[in-house]
Design a protein around this ligand. Structure first.
Ligand code: ATP
Length: 301
């Protein structure tokens, strides 16, 4: 048996960050959107556990661990332990989501692994259990199962879908060099020692989503980590200015960065803005799209 699960990248349309909690996590109010940049994870039956990865041209080979410490290995361990079974399978990830880019590529692969291995092992994990395991693997993993557009609270793992009937077009500019998410949060704490306990709410942005008007949405995009990311990587601010000067409605650091996304009016507009940027990798994606989903299933292999 072989199954392939496709899983999208996320961007944060709103990322409100509060002062660190006692457990060290920052409370978040975030609005995630799944966008059409995907990793595929194929799992086939095997007598033991094997894991491999192939990467798209814009991803540095070797930037993702294959030594047993990949988040996919951890997802498999967790699901196997949940069912009291042995971890087996031949798993290959085909990666196109930028690594350490603030687009939750690792979380996406963890979600894909849960869905694919649940099928491969005929484990019939309930949705609630799958979401619980996802939250243990990382704050962004439950959203990768949901996809669409959703509100995330807690540390981002408590996810509720929101109304979003629009189609939003994004230019996505990854960076050759990643940024460490913990480092960006540490710098946020240095820059904002008086951050409020309650992160800023997303009510205005949710109303803008329902309007389906990209200019309304553009005015309300918000990322509390942007100042920290731009301080660590001053080139990001200049990139945002270039994209906005090229006609994008609004540029924003994605999550903890360094990927920058630009909201555009339409697919044609996004392709025009992308064409006028001279960065080495410029992608166009639309959202919202579905979360982790099966795209191939073959019982003969
Ligand atoms: P987030 O937005 O959730 O903070 P990110 O997009 O910034 O995540 P990831 O691409 O998830 O970052 O990778 C963070 C680190 O996790 C990488 O530097 C890499 O070493 C490690 N990692 C482990 N497994 C994976 C995986 N399957 N894909 C990508 N990175 C992985």
């Amino acid at each position: 048996m072989t199954t392939t699960v496709r899983v999208p990248a996320k961007i944060n349309l709103h990322l409100g960050v509060g002062a660190p909690r006692e457990d060290g996590f920052h409370p978040l109010v975030t609005v995630y959107q799944a966008v059409g940049l995907y990793d595929d994870l194929t799992a086939a039956e095997a007598p033991d556990w094997r894991f491999g990865i192939t990467v798209a041209d814009h991803i540095e080979p070797g930037s993702v661990p294959t030594d047993g410490d990949n988040i996919v290995d951890h997802a498999a361990d967790l699901l196997a332990a949940h069912h009291g079974i042995e971890r087996t399978g031949d798993v290959l990830v085909t990666k196109a989501i930028p690594v350490a880019g603030g687009m939750a590529g690792g979380s996406a692969d963890a979600a894909a692994a849960l869905v694919a291995l649940d099928r491969l092992w005929d484990a019939e994990t309930s949705d609630d259990d799958l979401l619980g395991l996802a939250a243990q693997l990382g704050s962004d993993v439950p959203f990768a199962l949901f996809g669409g557009t959703a509100l995330g609270v807690g540390r981002g793992e408590l996810v509720t879908p929101v109304v979003d009937t629009g189609t939003w077009w994004w230019v996505v500019v990854p960076s050759a060099e990643g940024l460490s998410t913990p480092e960006v949060y540490r710098h946020f704490d240095e820059l904002f020692p008086d951050a409020p306990a309650e992160p800023p709410a997303a009510d205005g942005l949710l109303a803008a989503l329902a309007s389906r008007d990209p200019h309304q949405l553009g005015a309300l995009l918000h990322n509390d980590l942007q100042a920290a990311a731009c301080d660590l990587r001053p080139d990001l601010e200049a990139l945002i200015e270039r994209g906005e000067a090229a006609g994008a409605i609004r540029g924003l650091v994605s999550g903890s960065g360094p990927t920058v996304v630009f909201l555009c009016e339409s697919g044609d507009h996004a392709r025009a803005v992308a064409g006028s940027l001279d960065e080495s990798v410029v992608l166009v994606a639309n959202g919202p799209v579905a979360g982790a989903h099966v795209v191939h299933y073959d019982t003969s292999g």
